[in-house]
Design a protein around this ligand. Structure first.
Ligand SMILES: Cc1cc2nc3c(=O)[nH]c(=O)nc-3n(C[C@H](O)[C@H](O)[C@H](O)COP(=O)(O)OP(=O)(O)OC[C@H]3O[C@@H](n4cnc5c(N)ncnc54)[C@H](O)[C@@H]3O)c2cc1C
Ligand SMILES: C[S@@+](CC[C@H](N)C(=O)[O-])C[C@H]1O[C@@H](n2cnc3c(N)ncnc32)[C@H](O)[C@@H]1O
Length: 652
């Protein structure tokens, strides 16, 4: 599904000052007060906060985020209710406001100031797709779906408890009240879900009743005589997500029984993948036993002093580009929120390789109409001015990108995970055994290390040793070079941004400038090679002509690591397939038998800093049966069973 560029909302006001949409010729809320309307219609109409009080996890879905008043009213009520569980608020918006415009609109509500400030701080660049934001230490999650509800809601994987129908008047905004859209929302609802809306339009009532809703009219807000509430008495038979881990998926007989919903997991590997999933699970109240064969985290691929953070763009906004964008924007928010991450969102310039690539870069930005706070194209003059040095071509400019110390991310994630993450350093897991209650991990001498209902393989290429022949993972050797101190001192003007092309250079950190990196697929050798340093100097020279002059490759220091990649270079996130079981059919990922309780956080390839945070959030959401943070088709694209499905289809 190609996404269309977003058209932001333009702020306007009706004669009485109520926020108004020129596109839809309607007001965002009644003149009698948006907040009061939200409380009366949507909160009270869904019997909230009473219904979320006793719930571990409660999911609200809203059609039309607008100014976010309904969301903010809900958040405020959530805080005041002192609920102990987690609240998910999913809202779709075709025309989001730009951050400054939203700030001006919300400034009219001083009583909401602390909440609005936090919403605005995290407000994403206006790019299409899902954006997941966390508030109140993760107890409240907002998933914003930027784009047309008709395209995006079918991509949502969720079990909804309460629905807020809040489009503009149905006559002016029929798309948001269509029977197809209401059927989609209904399919996503749990049995006994409720809905509320200010509209009592006849067509709406008939469509909802036809969809299984028991409706009731109630007193409307202010001048409105009536409003509508509904309950989905018995639920509807809903074909579920197709994403493993979602609770109510119809279980083909060949599926193994899901492990008990006891929230304990063994995680193997304490690099970016393992620390990220441990923290996400701990944040949800899980207890994790994290095993790492080294004496400390981040000693292998995640041990480079710096890595670079930028998204992948594609002119057709293909699936990998959309996934990369969602992951990149989420990673930026996570790194900003974690304590003591060493990083700098100093901006990344991706210089074009040649004139043809430059033309493609320019056309991509024009085609996708990306907002400048996410990505832009700088012509050669502007690019040179940006980085203060001569360049061969212009390039993509990512103002929020930068460099990150992966080791500091791992440490920060472990600190955030707190006592719920029990670390076992210097302990290698040598084998796994499935039991009635889940999984057991053993050391090389056959001694039991731990048992838990779930085990998560986050041990990169070494996962092949634990599950021989089951995983399509290849090592990709990579060597980085540290430039001599005098380089950092002599380079004028000082490097302030990351510059990349086929290689990359980062601004100095404690005097060290990193240049990378070699890329040798299928090579797992960990020895430093002078030839690879020479290759890195060549990459440096392509980036900054003349900069490598006088540097002796044989005297350089550096580091080697292994990237771990799947054939399609996308990560493997989710429950592993059971390749020994007989599949009922080879039709879809839903029909692939799974190894209950055995999950992957693997194949982060050359972009672990970008993938890891959202990949961990995705897997934790699957394990806890929460709304997924990305589109269903993106979750399927990283499903570890995709290769097995292809093999089944080929009959191999
Ligand atoms: C040269 C190079 C440059 C890179 N540059 C960038 C970049 O600029 N930007 C970017 O985003 N990404 C970059 N990457 C990729 C990024 O580093 C990886 O994607 C990421 O670090 C992978 O994290 P991981 O946790 O999957 O693997 P790892 O960090 O390798 O972690 C796996 C861990 O599992 C442990 N382990 C393995 N087997 C066992 C076992 N049986 N029991 C216990 N522990 C075990 C290992 O000791 C290891 O600590 C680069 C990679 C390389 C090699
Ligand atoms: C009445 S306003 C919502 C007000 C909002 N709940 C609030 O608290 O401010 C309706 C919103 O629906 C959005 N909208 C209209 N059609 C849409 C569609 N097809 N998909 C997604 N959003 C849509 C509009 O842009 C508008 O922001």
């Amino acid at each position: 599904m190609m996404s269309s560029p977003l058209v932001p909302a333009e702020p306007a006001a009706a004669g009485d000052g109520t926020p108004y949409s020129t596109t839809y010729d309607d007001v965002y809320h009644t003149a009698h007060g948006g907040l009061e309307q939200a409380r009366h219609v949507f909160l009270a109409g869904n019997d909230l906060p009473a219904r979320w009080i006793g719930s571990d996890s409660f999911v609200i879905c809203e059609t039309g985020f607008g100014l976010g008043l309904t969301f903010l009213a809900t958040w405020q009520a959530w805080r005041e209710s002192k609920a102990r569980g987690r609240l998910h608020f999913v809202s779709v918006e075709k025309h989001p406001f730009r951050r400054d415009d939203l700030a001006a609109l919300l400034a009219r509500y001083p009583e909401l100031a602390p909440l609005s400030r936090e919403l605005l701080r995290q407000w994403p660049p206006l790019t299409p797709g899902f954006h997941r934001l966390h508030f109140d230490d993760g107890r409240l999650t907002l998933t914003l779906l930027f784009g047309d509800a008709q395209a995006l809601l079918p991509q949502l994987v969720a079990n909804i408890d309460a629905v807020y129908l809040d489009g503009f008047a149905p006559s002016k905004n029929p798309g948001l009240w269509s029977s197809a859209l209401l059927a989609t929302v209904t399919r996503l609802c749990r049995p006994n879900a409720t809905l509320a809306t200010w509209s009592v339009a006849g067509d709406l009532r008939r469509t909802l009743e036809h969809g299984g809703w028991q409706l009731q009219r109630r007193r409307g807000f202010a001048a409105k005589r009536e409003m509508l509430v509904g309950r989905l008495e018995n639920g509807v038979t809903c074909p579920r997500s197709g994403v493993p881990g979602t609770q109510s998926a119809p279980a083909p007989t060949s599926f193994m029984a899901q492990p008990p919903r006891e929230r304990r997991a063994i995680v193997i590997g304490a690099g970016l993948a393992g620390t990220a999933i441990s923290e996400r699970l701990a944040n949800r109240g899980w207890h994790v036993d994290l095993f790492e064969r080294h004496a400390a985290p981040a000693q292998e691929a995640s041990g480079n002093p710096t890595g670079i953070l930028l998204p992948h763009l594609a002119k057709d906004d293909a699936l990998a580009a959309r996934l990369s964008r969602a992951c990149y924007l989420y990673a930026l928010r996570r790194f900003a929120d974690l304590t003591d991450v060493r990083w700098s969102p100093c901006g990344v310039l991706q210089v074009a390789r040649d004139a043809a690539h430059e033309a493609l870069q320019r056309a991509t930005v024009q085609q996708l109409q990306l907002p400048a706070d996410f990505a832009g194209f700088l012509e050669q003059d502007a690019a040179q001015a940006q980085v203060g040095r001569p360049l061969a071509h212009g390039g993509w400019w990512f103002p929020g990108g930068g460099w990150v110390s992966p080791g500091s991310v791992c440490a920060a994630l472990l600190a955030a995970g707190g006592e719920r993450v029990h670390t076992h350093f210097g302990t290698e897991v040598s084998s796994l055994r499935q039991t009635a209650g889940g999984w057991q991990a053993f050391d090389g001498a056959g001694a039991l290390l731990a048992g838990a209902p779930h085990v998560i393989l986050a041990n990169a290429y070494a996962a092949n040793r634990l599950l021989p022949h089951a995983l399509p993972l290849t090592p990709i050797r990579g060597q980085i070079s540290y430039l001599p101190d005098r380089f950092a001192e002599s380079v004028e003007p000082p490097l302030r941004h990351v510059i990349c092309r086929s290689g990359y250079i980062t601004p100095p950190q404690a005097g060290t400038v990193c240049v990378g990196a070699s890329f040798d697929s299928g090579d797992a050798d960990l020895q430093i090679r002078a030839a690879d340093h020479a290759g890195n100097l060549q990459r440096l020279d392509e980036l900054l002509p003349g900069a490598a002059r006088g540097i002796d490759a044989t005297l350089l220091d550096g580091r080697v690591g292994l990237r771990t990649a799947a054939p399609d270079r996308l990560p493997l996130i989710g429950t592993l397939p059971d390749t020994d079981a007989v599949a009922v059919s080879a039709a879809t990922l839903d029909s692939v038998p799974r190894r209950a309780g055995l999950h992957a956080m693997l194949g982060l390839s050359a972009r672990g800093l970008v993938w890891a945070p959202l990949a961990a959030e995705l897997l934790a959401s699957q394990l806890d049966d929460e709304p997924l943070p990305i589109e269903r088709e993106l979750a399927r694209a990283v499903d570890p069973a995709r290769f097995h499905l292809r093999a089944l289809r080929r009959g191999t």
